[in-house]
Design a protein around this ligand. Structure first.
Ligand code: GDP
Length: 196
């Protein structure tokens, strides 16, 4: 698919207001500031497609983009922002779990983690919910340019080993929007999910 022609379709305040459960959806999730917006903008080659968060945790809408008719990218709100009240966090966690469990058109989940701080609690939960729902996962270790190549490799191996602890379809790759690392891997994975 040509991801450069991706365009915004709609926003939803929660999973109950998403468009019809048809076509194929791939969702992007990650802690606030993980580099999710930057990754979406890099993939689509559009600077302003997903708004990069100046105030982490502010974007609470689910944003839907269309690559082609019925082929959607879903930008889920970032999680784990410390400033959000506990009750809202729990509410959002339940909604995320429900989305992963019930959304039939969801064919893949991209989880973005800062390569320097991967596998926080909610990252674990997201992977767990996805594998329980038989949804394949691509973990992108973002901002790979921030580490020297040795440290980068070490982090990749560490997360790949941790991923083997889950009984599911999980691929782990390095990513950098700044240095365009891993963009081909991301594109290939999306292509495979969108062609099923
Ligand atoms: P989001 O909250 O997950 O959408 O994260 P953003 O895409 O807004 O990025 C958060 C911060 O990380 C911003 O200051 C970005 O400039 C920075 N950032 C994102 N991707 C990269 C990257 O590949 N390399 C570096 N060095 N910084 C990045």
């Amino acid at each position: 698919w040509n991801y450069h022609v991706t365009h915004f379709v709609t926003s939803a305040p929660d999973i109950r207001h998403l468009p019809a459960d048809t076509g194929i959806e791939v969702a992007f999730a990650g802690r606030s500031n993980a580099g999710k917006s930057s990754a979406l903008n890099t993939l689509t080659n559009q600077k302003g497609l997903a708004r990069t968060s100046k105030t982490p945790g502010r974007t609470q809408l689910i944003n839907l983009f269309e690559v082609a008719e019925g082929i959607r990218l879903v930008d889920l709100p970032g999680y784990g922002y410390a400033q959000v009240p506990e009750e809202m966090k729990l509410k959002w966690q339940r909604a995320l779990a429900e989305y992963l469990q019930k959304r039939n058109c969801l064919k893949g989940l991209v989880i973005l983690m800062d390569i320097r701080h991967p596998l926080k609690d909610l990252d674990h939960s997201m992977i767990q919910w996805a594998v329980e729902s038989r949804i394949p996962v691509l973990v992108l270790l973002t901002k790979a340019d921030k580490l020297a190549s040795g440290a980068r490799k070490a982090q990749l191996n560490m997360v790949r080993e941790a991923a083997m602890g889950f009984v599911g379809d999980i691929q782990v790759e390095m990513f950098s929007s700044l240095k365009k690392i891993g963009v081909d891997k991301l594109r290939q994975k999306l292509d495979s999910w969108y062609s099923e």
